[in-house]
Design a protein around this ligand. Sequence first.
Ligand SMILES: Cc1ncc(COP(=O)(O)O)c(C=O)c1O
Length: 397
Amino acid sequence: MTTSADEPRARFTSRRVQAMPGSVFAAMDAAKDAARARGLDVIDLSIGASDLAPPAAALAALREAVSDPATHGYCLGSGTRALREAVAHWYRRRFGIAVDPEAQVLPLIGAQEGFAHLLLACSDPGDAVLLPDPAYPSYFGAVAAAGLETVPLPLRAERGFLPDLAAVDPAAAARARVLVLSYPNNPTAGVATPAFFDEALAFAQRFELLLIHDFPYVDLVDDPADAPSLLARPGGLEHGVELFSASKSFHMGGFRLGWAIGQADAIAALARLKGAVDFNQYLGIQRAVTAVLGEPPEARRADAAIFAERRSALLEAMQAIGWHARVPRAGMYVWAPLPAAWCDSASFTDGLTRATGVALAPGSAFGPSGEGYVRLALVRDPAVLRQAVARIRAHLD
Ligand SMILES: Cc1ncc(COP(=O)(O)O)c(C=O)c1O
């Protein structure tokens, strides 16, 4: 992770922007460009951008919407009522709990937008935030923009990548306003249990924290029991907000739509903040996602099976070259220790990309506890994943 905090500040750059870490993906892009300049075809496993097609019903609804002048104006308020109701029905069917589409549901322009604005809406500069380490890199910028102090929660393999909440310094927890969790986890692929969420909710209650559970991988699980909802646990709707994403559930990353469900005050604060910042996502995209939220769950299970098949193919190929990683049960990623003899993940991935065209994400991009690992995104077919491992093997040899 790079930080620009010590660099001189440009004239029209705020302190909060100055404090935001530089994008790790910029360095990765330079390495990919260097590989292409050498004539290599790049196998990009560094970014979790799904390569599967969006559901046909979403695209059909969007096509129709584009020709409907009723979708061409601003969308005031908190997104469309139809989308909020579709989200509430979807959540009830998936988790068996009723949520109020007016007070407890809010459409987002992606989970990432929702996360950054939720921090701004629910905490004040100088508050602390309990943040997993490693974590999805955009959290670091969002935390800096909100002027928060990070209290890291290390995620270790021996604990299944769940943080040890009992080890958190009570003085730090008392300074905090927000606890962040995300399972199935990016980058570690760890999964949470209902019992862990009960422990986290008790912790949130004790220290009066808002528990933000970033939950975009809700559908990418071998067994839906491995993606429990925090909100369905006792006290969940009093202390938690969950963030969901059409990017992962429906392979619609570029369409920019997500939704938040949870604690009514936090949802209202987020809606108020967003009211000053954006006019919601285009109505046609809201219609597209409304159309697919009502689909039966079988299609999502089929997509999850595709990722499971890719995962098996990749892990098998890695094992065959003596590279062993924990076997995940969910998500879009394999989180693997660096191959033997390597200790700096960024120099490993940079050299690998330049030499072979295979781009992986360095563990250090996800925080200090990510060092020693690389993340491989399952965003290509099994044959391409096997080819990537063959190139890695040649590079290591
Ligand atoms: C944990 C996590 N949260 C949020 C996002 C971004 O979601 P969205 O596209 O809905 O902004 C990602 C994307 O990879 C992610 O891994």
